[in-house]
Design a protein around this ligand. Structure first.
Ligand SMILES: NC(=O)c1ccc[n+]([C@@H]2O[C@H](COP(=O)([O-])OP(=O)(O)OC[C@H]3O[C@@H](n4cnc5c(N)ncnc54)[C@H](O)[C@@H]3O)[C@@H](O)[C@H]2O)c1
Ligand SMILES: O=P(O)(O)OC[C@@H](O)[C@@H](O)[C@H](O)[C@H](O)CO
Length: 443
C-alpha cells in the first residue's frame, strides 16, 4: 500500500497546452524522458504540442489522459532526485485508435512524427502486416490520408536504437506502402523525410517505488512519472520540411553525417549493456550497476570496448571521455536498470551491437574475441532459460533442441547467417560459452 491515496492526482492546472504539431508512436517511458522533455525545453515550446499513441495496449494512454498529458520526470543522480513536470504531451491516445491518428497526421499543422516503437517493430513490419495493426502499418494508413488531404511534406523521426534508423524506417514504410498502392509509395518517397537520430538517456521501466517517491516528494499522485538519469543526448540528421521545435535549445545536435555517433552509442553503450545483461543474469545479478561491479562482467565490457573503439575514429567522438562517462552512468546504483529489460529481443539487438564489431575485427586480421563473447553470453543465457521475449523465440527454442556446436551454429544463424556459416567463428563462440557461469549447461 502506498499511503498516497489522500493526495491529489497530478493534472495540467494552469500549465499551457500547446497546439498539436507532433505525433508520436510508442508512448513508453523513453518518449516521456527524452523527446517530450526536449520539446518542453525548446525555446519555442509554446508552439509544439505532442499527441502520443501507445503501441500495443491502451494502459499508458489511459493513465496519462487522466492527468491531461502531464507527468513528472525524475532526474536521478548519485546525489539525489530532482523533479520536473512536463506538459508537452497534450493528448495521449490508445494506439488502436487509427481514426484519430489518421486525422492528426492528415492535418496540415502536423509537421513531425516521432517513433519509439522498439527495434523489433521495424522488422515485423518489413515481414508484412496485412491486418494493419502494427505501428508502421498504421502510420502508412495515416500518411495515405495526408496525401489525400494534400497537407504537404512531413518528417518521420525514428528514435529507436537502430543503426541508420531513418533509413530502416524509410524502407519499412516504403515496403508497406508499395504493398498497398504504388502511388502512395511514390508520394511518400517524394514527401516524407526520414530523419536518422542517435538517442540517449537511460530510462528504466517505472516501478511502484518510483511512484511512491514522487508522491512523497511532490505531494501529488502521478501514475505516469518516469525516472531517468541527468545525462541526455540527441543527435539528428535529416530534413524537417514542415518545421520542427528548436530542440537545440535543450542540447540536441544536428549533423550531416550521423553514422560515427550512432555507432559510438550503439556499440559502446548498448553493446556493453547487452554484455552486462546476459553475463550479469548468468552470474546472478539483477541490475546494470550490480553487473558492472563484477570484475568478470566489467572485464568483458572493457575488452569489447577496446575492439569497438578501433573502429570509431574522429576526434569529435572523444572515445576515452565517452567510455569514462559510461562507467559513471552505469555505476549510478540509484537507477535500478534491470538486466532482464535489456535482455529482451536479443536477436535484433545483437545484429547491431556485436556483429559489426566482430566482422570489422575479423577483417582487420584480429580475433574479435570481445564481440564474440557478447554473442556467447547471449547464447549461454538463452540456453539457460525458457522465459524469453524475442521476435525469434520459437526459432531459439527449435535451435535449443540441438547439441554442442550444432546448437551454437543454429543460434548464431538467428543473428547472422554469415557468422554461422564460418566454422571458425562458431567454434570461437562455442569455446566462450562457459565464460560467465560454470553452472550453465550447453550440452
Ligand atoms: N528506455 C531507454 O533508456 C531508451 C533509450 C534510448 C532509446 N530507447 C528506444 O526506445 C524504445 C522504447 O523504449 P521504452 O523504454 O519507452 O519502452 P516501453 O516498453 O516503455 O515503451 C515502448 C512502446 O512501444 C510499444 N511497443 C513495444 N513493442 C512493440 C511492438 N513490437 N510493436 C508495437 N509497439 C510496441 C509499447 O506498447 C510502448 O508504447 C526502445 O526499444 C529503444 O529503441 C529507449
Ligand atoms: O532500449 P533497448 O531495449 O534498445 O536497449 C536497452 C538499453 O541498452 C537501452 O535502453 C539504453 O539504456 C538506452 O539506449 C540508453 O540511451
Amino acid at each position: 500500500m502506498t499511503g498516497d491515496q489522500g493526495l491529489p492526482r497530478l493534472n495540467r492546472g494552469t500549465r499551457p497546452k500547446p497546439p498539436i504539431r507532433i505525433v508520436h508512436l510508442g508512448l513508453g517511458a523513453f518518449h516521456r524522458s527524452h523527446q517530450a522533455w526536449y520539446t518542453q525545453h525548446a525555446g519555442d515550446a509554446a508552439e509544439w504540442g505532442i499527441a502520443a499513441f501507445t503501441g500495443r495496449r491502451p494502459d499508458a494512454a489511459d493513465v496519462l489522459a487522466e492527468q491531461d498529458g502531464v507527468f513528472t520526470v525524475v532526474e536521478r543522480s548519485g546525489r539525489g532526485d530532482s523533479f520536473e513536470v512536463v506538459g508537452s504531451i497534450v493528448e495521449a491516445v490508445d494506439g488502436s485508435d487509427v481514426g484519430r491518428l489518421t486525422e492528426l497526421v492528415a492535418a496540415p499543422t502536423t509537421a513531425v512524427i516521432t517513433l519509439t516503437i522498439t527495434e523489433s517493430a521495424y522488422a515485423a513490419d518489413i515481414a508484412g502486416s496485412a491486418e494493419g495493426s502494427t505501428p508502421l502499418a498504421r502510420l502508412v494508413t495515416a500518411l495515405a490520408a495526408r496525401r489525400d488531404a494534400e497537407s504537404g511534406p512531413i518528417a518521420v523521426v525514428s528514435c529507436d536504437n537502430l543503426a541508420e534508423n531513418g533509413d530502416v524506417a524509410r524502407q519499412a514504410v516504403g515496403a508497406l506502402a508499395r504493398a498497398r498502392d504504388g502511388g502512395l509509395a511514390a508520394w511518400i518517397d517524394a514527401n516524407v523525410s526520414f530523419v536518422s537520430t542517435s538517442v540517449d538517456r537511460i530510462t528504466p521501466r517505472t516501478t511502484q517505488a518510483d511512484l511512491d517517491v514522487v508522491a512523497a516528494s511532490c505531494g501529488y499522485r502521478d501514475l505516469a512519472a518516469v525516472v531517468t538519469e541527468p545525462f541526455h543526448n540527441w543527435i539528428l540528421s535529416g530534413d524537417f520540411p514542415a518545421g520542427r521545435p528548436h530542440w537545440e535549445d535543450a542540447g540536441a545536435v544536428f549533423v550531416d553525417h550521423i553514422e560515427p555517433f550512432e555507432n559510438r552509442k550503439l556499440w559502446l553503450l548498448n553493446g556493453s549493456h547487452s554484455i552486462l545483461a546476459y553475463a550479469g543474469l548468468l552470474r546472478g545479478h539483477a541490475t546494470v550497476a550490480e553487473a558492472l561491479s563484477d570484475d568478470v562482467c566489467r572485464g568483458a565490457v572493457e575488452a569489447f570496448w577496446d575492439e569497438a573503439s578501433r573502429h570509431l575514429s574522429g576526434d569529435e567522438l572523444q572515445i576515452p571521455k565517452y567510455r569514462k562517462a559510461l562507467l559513471e552512468r552505469f555505476g549510478n546504483s540509484r537507477i535500478a536498470h534491470h538486466l532482464i529489460q535489456i535482455a529482451m529481443d536479443g536477436t535484433t539487438k545483437l545484429r547491431m551491437r556485436a556483429v559489426p564489431v566482430l566482422a570489422a575485427e575479423r577483417s582487420a586480421g584480429r580475433s574479435g574475441d570481445g564481440a564474440a563473447r557478447m554473442i556467447a553470453a547471449w547464447l549461454a543465457y538463452v540456453s539457460s532459460t525458457t522465459e524469453l521475449q524475442d521476435p525469434l523465440a520459437a526459432d531459439i527454442q527449435d535451435a535449443k533442441t540441438l547439441d554442442g556446436e550444432h546448437r551454437t551454429a543454429a543460434l548464431v544463424a538467428l543473428i547472422s547467417t554469415e557468422l554461422a556459416n564460418d566454422a571458425a567463428t562458431v567454434s570461437q563462440i562455442h569455446g566462450q560459452l562457459d565464460s560467465f557461469a560454470a553452472t550453465t549447461s550447453h550440452a
